[in-house]
Design a protein around this ligand. Structure first.
Ligand code: NAD
Length: 310
């Protein structure tokens, strides 16, 4: 049986880890937050859903103390902490030649950064429509339904791909092997690159942003830059379909009443994933000589906000 480590076990890592553990797998949560790890080991992970409250026994370990060799490591830190996490796991001997490393984080370029630490052939990419929240250390809020698309970063479908699919589906996580995971990742990153910075800068819910009559005039130029950069990376996106995807989040009965995660992070005084969304678009734009002034400006605006946090 696969030994599975969840590297970064906050809201989303907690959700994925607990679901896989409940399906009977050997799962360890790996995290840096001492109070969280302590409470999970003492009382189990406390879970609240729309209809139920219960707790799940699952081992948790501080990153500095982990030494287990894993067959599968799912990375769900915030994007800016993923390389340090992978490096620590590598140095602690947790990664062997055949360990699959799967990123399920939001944002772009993870395969490029993580493959500086482990070979690309060991890296898998997933994009998830599940959501999760933390109510406090060791306390998850799990609402709604979701899905996962996954593929190896080099596009090969190997034994790990099928094994990971089986694990996720045994855990009722509604997973599929994608034939083009990059398209799914870029499509979600586009949604996040529009709504995360705009709602954070404007201090608006998604519904409040979408309620502005000319919101599409703000959204489309961001999307067009992303589509141009994606094309240079041989990823083909449809700007009108992406605009529709953004607009479908506006209604109150969709995601409208929520503030996007970037707004939530900023409000809690935490740094954001902007460099892995608009910032990564602007960086690719520089590489390919494609102008991305709007994505660059959004990145600067969010960094300006973040600079007030220190
Ligand atoms: P999170 O903030 O819940 O957890 C990330 C890390 O921060 C964890 O190591 C966690 O222990 C730590 N942390 C959280 N609160 C803390 C506190 N008060 N004190 C100290 N440490 C704390 O992040 P997440 O939402 O699980 O996101 C992980 C990745 O998954 C990101 O790339 C995110 O974009 C992506 N993602 C999240 C969701 C979601 O609904 N949460 C959905 C899809 C993708």
């Amino acid at each position: 049986m696969y030994k599975i480590g969840i590297a970064g076990a906050g809201a989303m890592g907690g959700r994925i880890g607990v679901s896989i553990k409940e399906a009977g797998y050997d799962v360890t949560l790996i995290d840096n937050w001492e109070a969280h790890v302590k409470r999970i080991n003492t009382d189990g992970m406390d879970i609240k859903t729309e209809t139920d409250s219960y707790s799940v026994n699952i081992p948790a370990v501080l990153t500095k103390d982990v030494s287990t060799e894993f067959d599968l490591i799912i990375i769900l830190t915030k994007a800016m902490h993923s390389e340090a996490m992978l490096q620590q796991l590598q140095e602690a001997g947790c990664i062997h030649q055949n360990t699959a490393i799967m990123s399920m984080m939001n944002g772009l370029g993870h395969e490029e950064r993580l493959s500086q630490i482990v070979p690309l052939s060991q890296i898998y990419l997933a994009v998830t429509m599940w959501t999760a929240g933390l109510r406090g250390p060791g306390q998850l809020l799990l609402e709604g339904e979701g899905s996962i698309y996954l593929q190896s970063a080099d596009g090969e479908t190997d034994d790990h791909t099928h094994a990971i699919l089986q694990i996720l589906n045994d855990a009722n996580l509604n997973a599929q092997i994608s034939s083009n995971v990059f398209e799914a990742i870029w499509s979600k990153a586009t949604l996040n690159s529009v709504l995360n910075p705009l709602c954070t800068i404007l201090n608006k819910t998604i519904y409040e942003f979408g309620n502005y009559p000319a919101s599409d005039e703000m959204v489309m130029p961001i999307i067009e830059e992303i589509v141009a950069v994606a094309k240079a990376k041989d990823i083909h996106l449809d700007s009108h379909a992406l605009l529709k995807k953004v607009e479908s989040a506006y209604p109150k009965e969709a995601q409208g009443l929520h503030y996007p995660s970037m707004h939530q992070d900023y409000s809690k005084g935490r740094l954001t994933e902007i460099d892995y969304l608009n910032g990564q678009i602007a960086a690719y734009g520089k590489t390919f000589n494609i102008p991305t002034p709007i994505n660059a400006m959004l990145t600067h605006l969010v960094h300006q906000l973040e600079s007030k946090l220190q």
